[in-house]
Design a binder for this molecule. Sequence first.
Ligand code: ATP
Ligand code: MG
Length: 402
Amino acid sequence: MNASDNLIVLAVGEIFLKRGNRRRFFAQLRKNAARAVRDLELDVSEIHGRLVVHHREARLDDPAAENPPIPIEAALRRLQWVFGVHSAMPGCQVPSDLRAIEEIAAEYLARRIGSKPLRFRVDTRRPNKSFPMRSVDVNREVGIAMFDRFPNLVLDLHEPELTLHIELGQALSFIYRRRHPMGGGLPVGSSGKVLLLLSGGLDSPVAGYLAQKRGCQVEALYFHSFPYISDHAKEKVKELAALLARGQGAIRLNVAPFTAIQEAIRDKAPNRQYVLLYRRFMLRIAEALAERVEALALVTGEAISQVASQTLQNMRCIEAVTRLPIIRPLVTYDKLEVVDLSRRLEMFEISTRPHDDCCSLFVARHPETKGRVEFLEQIEEGLDVEGLVADALDRIEVFEFR
Ligand code: ATP
Ligand code: MG
């Protein structure tokens, strides 16, 4: 037996609300967490209703086994990206026996407390009630044993500086001392797949992250207008897609050629309507691709009235071409809130690198802010909509990032 941190207990938050689906959510989360820590030689097991990260050679069937310590900091960094994990508690395993718990708890604390006075308490949970003592009695017994051994500990139930958490299982129990807040949300994959319209800008990668956080597996689609838009823009999008892979292991990026469509619009439509027509084509192509890759919804980085194309009238004109739900995770965000999140996700540096934006290509004057569907449909009668869409779909390039 030893008292080094050799496991991390995961708390899963919201999954517990989904009664009927709880097993499925749990299995998905276990798979996602295991994938995230696999190359650290770690694995994830379920023990009395908790997911526990441990060394892949750890013996959990033997509560008294000397399991190898694990790289806690590296594992916590990975687990930040495993949605569905609410908090993570590094600790160690102990046999479910009061004397053994006291023994290891004392060793555990000895390594982590100095000689200065420290406000302290014990907090015990007994998830499956198989342990013969009540939690409050364990708190008292273990507490007394710790106060005996460490005279600098001072009981404080309300504002302790150090809490010794004990979680009692049938044969195996855990002790830990700190909860690290994690990303929360739902396990990626548990809500199905979505197709993210990913530009090189600030908003759409953040929108993709938020969709992942609600359990969506994201596939990305970028429209590229070469040579008007340089390949630098495409490189940015690839880098952003690669960042989104953190949340789900691997991500596919589809790059659809958009030049011919933009040229056709330039040649046939009134300038004020360009942006709305561009966006309607984007959504038509996205809908067709979504069907191909079995995505259930589209995701964009739009926010109400952030730019001219995002007035409510214009959103209506744009989404009129598709029957798929359009998820707009940022719809009510202020730009500053998006910037803040983008920085925290380490996307900001990439997103703000100067690049050309296909939505402003050929757009000379002030774009329409109060679009009308009938007018746009009338303009599109002069365009080979089906042919242009089919051609772009045919020439999609696919990249995958891990
Ligand atoms: P972003 O910061 O994501 O580029 P934006 O504020 O520039 O958004 P728009 O240019 O109006 O806003 O685009 C709105 C949304 O349309 C984007 O968030 C993105 O989801 C999608 N979009 C725009 N341009 C492209 C593109 N070239 N490829 C794929 N999606 C795009
Ligand atoms: Mg943009």
